[in-house]
Design a protein around this ligand. Structure first.
Ligand SMILES: Nc1ncnc2c1ncn2[C@@H]1O[C@H](COP(=O)(O)OP(=O)(O)OP(=O)(O)O)[C@@H](O)[C@H]1O
Ligand SMILES: [K+]
Ligand SMILES: [Mg+2]
Length: 675
């Protein structure tokens, strides 16, 4: 996806943006941007003076007024172009996505039979069969089977992913293709509400709303504009007192130079480009607010399994405890896992098979007890009345004790041994007797320590929240270098941690993929759901990572920070610029009548008229010159925010004051040749 989109930026998008810049001249559209609207009104007034010079008695100044009109028009067009360019990429991407949203046929299950219907007819709750080579007709969850699915239409990633019933990898997206095997899918969205629909309207910008930060800044800019409007209007009588007559185009030029046109012209482009940068990282942000919030995050909550570790926890060994023997332990571990579809459950069966043992299906007849994050156990209630369980050691211990059983003396020692190596011990029990342990092995992903170091430098605290036991948690936490961890946590504990941090006034981000993560994802200020995760998680979150890489929250935070910094930097630059322009124009205008003004005339510009035109030209061209910066964002390094602030003030504040002096002087040298 990103490759495709980059190439489109050069040609088609620029051309379209050029067209859009003129369309956006419509006053009804311009009004949303008060600073640029004032410029547009000024442009119109000057145009009238050019068109009807005799009415305004400006016959002698047609050349000058026409020049002012053209520069003003370009100022507005440049600002429109910035916004249109920023919107362009998203629109192009939306077009690509729309192509993959063609109607397909679906094999719908109706009363045990298969009926071929159009995908547009599918509703929530319908069940469809999708076989090799077919397009998945709508968003849903796999309820039977396992298949590899090509999701490149959405993620841009060509390697197929495995989708299977049960667990956190069961959700499928309409418009993706089954490349092998067959799955039964329950549809989870009504027409027009699919993930692809949402994605299209997001990248298209149709759902874009101004963020609270943008609104606040806009208010500030509008206020500044009003103040300068009053200043300029009152300037005319003052000038008259000194015997200088300032005509209207000059006053309008002065006004446009003084109001914050640079940031006013680039503000919405900065916001759109920020969201677009997130999209280029294959993360879908549901709102600009979410992207901005990620720039201010203080705390990140991550889960352990699958985020910090690879997550394919595999059974590696059985350890009998008490007077149980190895075969018994392995046997009951297998019985408890016969119907357990989780990777952990399947790995138990694989290990048993590898050790050439066997569990007869009849030996495991009964009611399956599915793994739940709340109970942290799974198992089976056999038809002969026996209850078999495996699960987190503390959970199984409590379950056994509740039935009057006792705990084998060596259980804790053996389970601590596994945990201190970073492994996950699962206890295996039948009714009131614990037989032994399963050693689940998992590995910390490489480079985690560096990632967390980076976050620490950004001033962000990381908390690992895991359902695993405290010893395993501590081992992994140390190995990965997170700041803090919470063990044996249930879904509601994750929410509690988030609320606790929020109560201290902190902004919290959280990544997750399971249905049981959904409430916490919704509670967090930034909830990043994995695309591989369940529909519930994706709906609750305000961002979805199409690559399902939970550590991508780090890039999202960096992009958010970059967005806030870019906006701050260009605001500083813009206002500093305007102050400098003041020194260019005012002395030039009043010099003739008030010789004392000459001390302010540090720039020694050619003539009052060339000073005004030069300042106005500088004011216009600075907008396109800054478009690349607005789109790319200012460079971000993970250093403390106070150091960042002082660095940016130096570059953009001081730079903003100095640049116009040099720029206007250079332009004046050329302009003065003509007038
Ligand atoms: N299939 C299973 N059957 C029985 N118990 C399991 C199974 N899978 C995990 N457990 C136990 O339940 C605990 C909680 O699992 P859960 O998936 O909620 O959290 P986790 O994977 O350990 O941690 P994280 O929140 O970091 O993903 C695990 O630590 C493990 O002890
Ligand atoms: K300006
Ligand atoms: Mg988990």
């Amino acid at each position: 996806m990103s490759g495709q989109r980059k190439s489109m930026l050069s040609g088609g998008i620029a051309k379209q943006a050029l067209k859009d810049s003129f369309m956006k001249l419509n006053p009804a559209v311009m009004m949303k941007n008060p600073v640029m609207f004032v410029v547009e009104v000024g442009t119109f007034v000057v145009l009238l003076m050019v068109l009807f010079p005799s009415y305004f008695h400006t016959e002698g100044r047609i050349g000058f007024n026409l020049t002012v009109f053209l520069i003003l028009l370009f100022t507005v067009l440049f600002a429109n172009f910035a916004e249109a360019l920023a919107e362009g990429r998203g629109k192009a991407q939306a077009d690509t996505l729309k192509k993959s949203k063609k109607d397909t046929t679906a094999n719908k299950m109706v009363g045990g039979e298969i009926k071929v219907v159009s995908s547009a007819e599918l509703r929530k709750g319908d069940v469809v069969i999708v076989s090799q080579g077919e397009m998945i007709p709508g968003d849903g969850e796999v309820i039977e089977g396992l298949a590899s699915v090509d999701e490149s239409a959405i993620t841009g990633e060509s390697a197929p992913v495995i989708k299977e019933a049960g667990g956190d990898f069961s959700s499928v997206t309409g418009g993706t293709r089954v490349v092998s095997d067959e799955i039964k899918v329950m549809i989870k969205s009504d027409p027009g509400e699919s993930f692809l629909d949402r994605m299209i309207s997001l990248v298209e910008g149709a759902a874009r709303q101004k963020t609270p930060n943008e609104i606040a800044l806009n208010t500030l800019l509008t206020t500044l504009t009003l103040i300068f409007l009053i200043v300029v209007v009152t300037l005319a009588p003052i000038a008259k007192y000194f015997g200088i007559s300032l005509d209207i185009p000059v006053l309008i030029s002065l006004l446009v130079c003084l109001i914050p046109t640079t940031i006013g012209g680039l503000l919405s482009a900065i916001g759109i480009a920020g969201m677009d940068r997130v999209t280029q990282f294959n993360v879908l942000a549901m709102s600009g607010k979410a992207v901005e919030a990620s720039g201010d995050i203080n705390t990140i909550i991550l889960d352990k399994t699958g985020t910090i570790t690879f997550g394919n926890r595999m059974a590696s060994q059985f350890i009998p405890v008490g007077d149980a023997d190895y075969e018994e332990t392995a046997y009951w571990a297998a019985v408890s896992s016969v119907k357990d579809e989780t990777p952990e459950g399947r790995s138990v069966l694989e290990l048993v098979k590898k050790q050439s043992m066997e569990v007869h299906p009849e030996a495991a007849a009964g009611e399956f007890i599915e793994f739940k994050a709340e109970t942290r156990m799974s198992g089976i209630d056999l038809t002969d009345g026996r209850h078999v369980r495996k699960g987190a050691v503390d959970a199984v211990k409590r379950w056994v004790q509740a039935q009057g059983g006792s705990i084998p003396a060596d259980l804790d020692m053996e389970s601590d041994k596994i945990a201190s190596e970073g492994g996950t011990p699962l206890a295996v029990a039948v009714d009131s007797r614990i037989y032994g342990l399963i050693h689940l092995k998992d590995t910390v992903k490489p480079g985690m320590k560096e990632r967390f170091d980076q976050l620490r430098q950004m001033g962000i605290k990381t908390i690992m929240c895991t359902g695993d036991n405290p010893l395993t948690a501590a081992t992994i936490a140390r190995e990965a270098g997170v700041d803090d961890f919470i063990a044996e946590s249930k879904p509601e504990d994750k929410i509690a941690v988030i609320r606790r941090e929020q109560a201290e006034g902190k902004l919290v981000a959280m990544t997750g993929d399971g249905t049981n993560d959904a409430p916490a994802l919704a509670q967090a200020d930034v909830g990043l759901a994995m695309n591989s995760g369940t529909a519930a998680a994706k709906e609750a979150a305000n961002m979805v990572d199409l690559d399902s890489d939970p550590t991508k929250i780090i890039e999202v935070v960096a992009i958010g920070k970059q967005l806030l910094m870019t906006r701050g930097a260009l605001t500083t630059f813009s206002i500093a610029n305007d102050v400098a322009k003041y020194f260019a124009i005012i002395p030039a205008m009043f010099m003739a009548a008030i010789p004392e003004m000459n001390v302010l005339n540090v720039m020694k510009l050619g003539s009052p008229l060339s000073a005004i035109l030069s300042a106005l030209i500088f004011n216009a061209v600075i907008i396109p010159l800054l478009i690349p910066l607005a789109m790319k964002g200012v460079a971000y390094k993970p250093i403390s925010s106070s150091r960042l602030l002082s660095r940016n003030l130096l570059i953009f504040g001081l730079g903003g004051v100095i640049a116009p002096f040099i720029g206007i002087k250079l332009i004046d040298l050329v302009v003065h040749l003509w007038i």
